[in-house]
Ligand binder design. Structure first.
Ligand code: GAR
Length: 208
């Protein structure tokens, strides 16, 4: 059983997609052992509670220094004894010591086709605003391993989504979630849980 912690900051629709996929058997061999949010008002925490998943909040705001936060944050994750950390709309920078300790065991969902519209400042709705501003015709989502850079780690899965006439950032965001994010994030977890994901020369190779 792959022990998974899901880290969230907001509504938690990606968390919900993971929970549903575990419950309906789309994700196999996996147990969600905890949800952590930096935001005590995150609806994601309620979603976890409804499904009997232990949920907790830890915010940098409650600590005097970032180092102190980082240490306690790492302790909380370690206590869960996890094989995989899933960032599902988690908007806190992952401490370097956590990246080192969990090398190739942290994945993130990003709402664009990396390397477009990613890196510092590109998160949430901003990504979709930038895509519409540029006038691209195809957008999408990416699941990738987390390394020390921002959205630079090895890419596991990507899925493209069409931009349509009259799209607003909100409409586009919803389409990208429905058609891409909620599919490829559970799929990536299932592949990892079943030993199908390997990193070779910094790139992901997926066994058939
Ligand atoms: C998702 O669209 C996710 O891709 C994005 O935040 C949203 C969270 O929604 N993540 C990033 O922008 C990370 N750079 P959710 O809380 O409903 O899953």
């Amino acid at each position: 059983m792959l022990r998974v912690a899901v880290l969230v900051s907001g509504g938690g629709t990606n968390l919900q997609a993971i929970i549903d996929a575990v419950e309906n058997g789309t994700i196999t061999n996996t147990q969600i052992v905890g949800v952590i949010s930096n935001n005590k008002n995150a609806f994601a925490l309620e979603r976890a509670g409804r499904h009997g998943i232990p949920a907790q909040c830890i915010s940098p705001k409650d600590f005097e220094t970032r180092d102190e936060f980082n240490r306690v944050f790492l302790d909380k994750v370690n206590e869960l004894n996890v094989d995989l950390i899933v960032l599902a709309g988690f908007l806190v920078v992952i401490p370097e010591m956590m990246i080192r300790e969990y090398r190739n065991r942290i994945i993130n969902i990003h709402p664009s086709l990396i390397p477009s519209f990613c890196g510092t400042g590109f998160y949430g709705l901003k990504v979709h605003e930038a895509a519409l501003e540029r006038g691209v015709k195809v957008v999408g989502a990416t699941v990738h391993f987390v390394d020390e850079g921002t959205d630079t780690g090895p890419i596991i899965l990507q899925k493209a989504v069409s931009v349509e006439e009259g799209d607003t950032p909100e409409i586009l965001q919803r389409r990208v979630m429905e058609q891409a994010e909620w599919k490829i994030l559970p799929q990536a977890i299932d592949l990892i849980a079943n030993g199908k994901v390997q990193i070779v020369d910094g790139k992901v190779s997926i066994a058939q």
